[in-house]
Design a binder for this molecule. Structure first.
Ligand code: HEM
Length: 152
């Protein structure tokens, strides 16, 4: 895991995958604990609120051309990893995903181990690949895709 600090491009690709696939588009419902004002609206105590994570992950001021997969969204001009306050795939606040640390560790270790040991080959022409989710409710499920893992 310590190596991640020296792998800005890999880190940026992993962040961009999570931003782009927008796996969980909204938070779970949470109730407002007291009357509050938000952008001129009164939200009374007890109201259920569901935050749109997509609206943050696809914010076009923070991520120009958000519909495009581009690791540069997380890299600065000198190629260093650039943190973003808009990276919210695990939501935010007191009820943020409790599995965030575990999930991020697994994503890094699984993907780097796969890439270090296999060459990946698509079974279909890359231009025929589509990334539009097949279901878009609580979870945005990516379409099924077959590829060969060729040992290096
Ligand atoms: C890529 C993987 C994952 C993503 C994108 C993800 C995302 C999320 C999101 C968006 C929420 C809703 C937070 C909110 O309502 O504001 C959540 C809640 C939660 N997640 Fe994850 N999660 C992931 C993996 C995991 C793992 C590996 C675990 C357990 C080991 C886990 C356990 C939980 C639990 C228990 C909650 C409910 C937290 C609460 O309501 O206080 N998640 N997750």
């Amino acid at each position: 895991m310590q190596d991640r600090n020296y792998m800005p491009y890999t880190d940026a690709v992993l962040h961009e995958i999570q931003r782009y696939i927008d796996l969980i588009p909204s938070s779970l419902p949470h109730a407002v604990t007291c009357d509050m004002k938000f952008r001129g609206y009164l939200i009374p105590k007890g109201t259920s609120v569901i935050a749109s994570l997509t609206s943050v992950l696809y914010d076009d001021k923070e991520f120009p051309n958000p519909e495009r997969f581009d690791p540069n969204h997380f890299l600065d001009e000198s190629g260093k990893f650039k943190k973003s306050d808009y990276f919210f795939p695990f939501s935010t606040g007191k009820r943020i995903c409790v599995g965030e640390g575990l999930a991020r560790t697994e994503i890094f270790l699984f993907l780097t181990t796969i890439l270090q040991n296999f060459k990946l080959k698509s079974l279909v022409d890359l231009k025929d690949l589509h990334t539009t989710p097949v279901a878009n409710g609580f979870i945005s499920v990516p379409p099924k895709f077959q590829m060969c893992f060729i040992p290096i």
